[in-house]
Design a binder for this molecule. Structure first.
Ligand SMILES: C[S@@+](CC[C@H](N)C(=O)[O-])C[C@H]1O[C@@H](n2cnc3c(N)ncnc32)[C@H](O)[C@@H]1O
Length: 227
């Protein structure tokens, strides 16, 4: 059985996930605020699993010194291409595994990661590394797929036990662990503020849509601080 990181690398090297900035924040309208791109001017920000660099670029555009790591070479190439096209931003994109982050203790003010930890079979290692590279008092912001969600239910009803193959951008196999808030708290072992976002099966035109994401949403956003 290939490791989760090997599967992730194979999946995204073969079928890279590239969205323009317009597309990404249209598909995820909640993400700009939830990620707190605007709050880190002058901060050293690390993105774990930066993919093709769309979110990394937003931190850099808002004045952060933004560092992205990832294990998929094709994503790293696309991230460099995307960010390098923007003059005057401070950034670095380099190979790095969230389970063994290639930076010293206390190197960052803020660590961000969207859609990465649920593809790992060693999430505790990633959480420990995130806390290690943060300065004392530094904050992290990690987004994972929710176990209890209308999207999960829809996928399960449609694909049964093969649902994991129908979640990402291609049918290439990839490890997916869905999370409850309790599971996330256990992985990090420090207090977390957890919010649910995004409720895909329901059209936004429904008048009662507003409160559905917090109950049935597909992303759990966990924010915490290094003690
Ligand atoms: C679904 S993509 C998300 C990419 C980006 N964060 C985004 O939202 O577009 C998952 C990314 O996590 C990366 N990844 C998976 N396991 C990783 C690990 N252990 N360390 C660093 N990156 C990892 C993959 O290579 C891939 O680029």
């Amino acid at each position: 059985m290939p490791s989760a990181s090997k599967l992730a690398r194979q999946h995204w090297n073969q079928t890279p996930l590239f969205l323009s900035e317009d597309e990404r924040y249209r598909i995820y309208p909640w993400l700009y605020e939830a990620a707190e791109f605007r709050r880190h001017a002058g901060h050293k920000v690390l993105e774990v699993g930066c993919g093709t660099g769309c979110d990394l670029l937003q931190f850099a555009l808002h004045g952060a010194n933004a560092v992205g790591i990832d294990i998929t070479e094709e994503h790293l190439r696309l991230a460099r291409e995307r960010v390098a096209g923007t003059a005057g931003v401070q950034y670095e994109v380099r190979y790095g595994d969230g389970r063994e982050i290639p930076f010293p203790d206390g190197a960052f003010d803020y660590v961000y990661s969207h859609g990465v930890m649920h593809h790992s079979d060693e999430p505790k290692k990633i959480a420990t590394e995130i806390l290690r590279v943060l300065k004392p008092g530094g904050e992290f912001n990690v987004h994972v797929y929710a176990k209890y969600s209308a999207f999960t239910l829809k996928k399960f009803l449609r694909h049964g036990r093969k649902m994991a193959l129908h979640i990402e951008n291609s049918l290439e196999p990839v490890h997916i662990q869905l999370y409850s808030a309790g599971m996330l708290r256990k992985v990090f072992g420090v207090p977390l503020r957890i919010t649910k976002y995004e409720c895909r099966p329901f059209p936004r035109t429904w008048p009662w849509f507003e409160f559905l994401p917090s109950l049935l949403g597909w992303y759990l956003v966990a924010k915490g601080r290094k003690p």
